[in-house]
Design a binder for this molecule. Structure first.
Ligand code: 13P
Length: 255
């Protein structure tokens, strides 16, 4: 395993936060702070902020992502947004399979896979989220759950397309709870995910894949988490809403 083979990416997941003026203020504050980052920097924002984010980040090192997309190309799906609509705007990334979507919006391994397919077909890059519930960890089935989620999401994804997928390991019990996985726990599951990818696509593909950790990563614990050999960046919720905190995490990943 060689960390130098892959790019560390710090991605913010703003979730359902920030009106357009608030988004503008945060991005303007962030731009100069992260301009020298040695890692990838992505902000995944609500649909209503995509145009603002794309406009304000033009010519900078900040990439823009959405937080979800529908699996159909178009059609009668009131309230939904297609991957083609995002790609046409210039959006580069899309988060798929976030645990909040699995938990509150009926997302299943099958719909995650359909969305992944749609996003790849539209030319987008995917941040694919996997992670176990607390009771699953306590029962000792973390690897089974995370392995199953990973394999199901990647059904029908070619080796070439895998290059446009980043996996984010987000233990559900660590999201927004202030309870972070220990650096060892994060590394252990990230490493396991890499072995699953290696079995499907070969060791070289697995070694080149960016696998992030997400779940209460913040300015204080980022250093330790990001120093782990299999933790290639982070998917950041709460701390991505504050430019100085997000920047500290970006700096930690740039070391
Ligand atoms: P928090 O960083 O707020 O725990 O959220 C993590 C997350 O869900 C990122 O997608």
């Amino acid at each position: 395993m060689n960390k130098a083979l892959r790019q560390a990416i710090i991605a913010g997941n703003w979730k359902m936060n920030k009106t357009r003026p608030e988004a503008k203020a945060l991005i303007e504050e962030l731009k100069p702070m992260v301009k020298d980052a040695a890692c990838g920097v992505v902000i995944c924002v609500p649909y209503t902020n995509l145009e603002t984010a794309l406009e304000l980040t033009k010519g900078t090192n900040i990439k823009v992502g959405a937080e979800n997309c529908h699996w159909a190309k178009s059609g009668a799906f009131t309230g939904e947004i297609s991957a083609d609509m995002l790609a046409e705007m210039g959006v580069e990334y899309v988060i798929i399979g976030h645990s909040e979507r699995r938990q509150y919006f009926g997302e299943t391994d099958q719909t995650v896979n359909q969305r992944v397919r749609a996003a790849l077909d539209a030319g987008l890059k995917v941040i694919l989220c996997v992670g176990e519930l607390l009771e699953q960890r306590e029962t000792g089935i973390t690897e089974e759950i995370v392995g199953m989620q990973t394999k199901a999401a990647l059904l029908g994804v070619s080796a070439e397309e895998l290059g446009r997928i980043v996996i984010a390991y987000e233990p559900v019990w660590a999201i927004g709870t202030g309870k972070t996985a220990t650096a060892e726990q994060a590394n252990e599951v990230n490493h396991y995910i890499r072995t699953v990818v290696a079995k499907l696509y070969g060791q070289a593909a697995a070694d080149g894949m960016t696998i992030q950790y997400g779940g209460s990563m913040n300015a204080k614990n980022a250093d330790e988490l990001l120093a782990q050999p299999d933790v290639d960046g982070g998917l950041i919720g709460g701390a991505s809403l504050k430019a100085p905190d997000f920047t500290t995490i970006v700096n930690a990943a740039s070391k």
